[in-house]
Design a protein around this ligand. Sequence first.
Ligand code: HEM
Length: 159
Amino acid sequence: MNADTPTASDERPAQVPTQAYGVGDTSFRAAGGVSGLRRLVEDFYQLMDTLPEAATIRAMHPDDITEAADKLHRFLCGWLGGPRLYREKYGAIHIPAAHAHLDIGAAERDAWLHCMAAALARQDYSQDFRDYLLRELFRPAEGCRRAARRARALDSDAS
Ligand code: HEM
């Protein structure tokens, strides 16, 4: 193999043309693989701990964020086309359903995305990839908001 050929184990962020993100494991590699995504998730939760606009969503999590960070990290590896580490350890997951019990409205969704945008800004990623990832993450984040809203509507029907 040519020394320049990227591999799935290549942990340095890969520079990929925008249209190729989402194909195979290109996004996973652009995110720096397992270790790059670990740094992203560490920064994400560190920012959630400190940004005032994230206080409400931080309070939804347990004090010890270790397991939540492990879960998000493993999920993102598979979601971006890398190894399915979440499934390996915790089984199948449907992101909106996993959040339906939480009180997530537009403000909470946007606070989550704000932490992610700030964490992305700290990574050694191309601006193209940061923009792409944030756009893609809007979908599951909005799915969480809708699932939470539906669950609350059902709750109020029952009372
Ligand atoms: C929309 C705003 C969001 C809020 C407020 C939020 C908040 C939370 C909270 C409070 C937990 C539970 C932590 C615990 O009890 O250990 C959690 C779990 C989790 N979140 Fe989110 N989250 C949001 C969006 C997302 C998105 C967009 C993703 C994926 C791209 C994601 C991935 C996960 C995963 C994988 C778990 C673990 C679920 C499980 O194993 O049951 N979250 N989230």
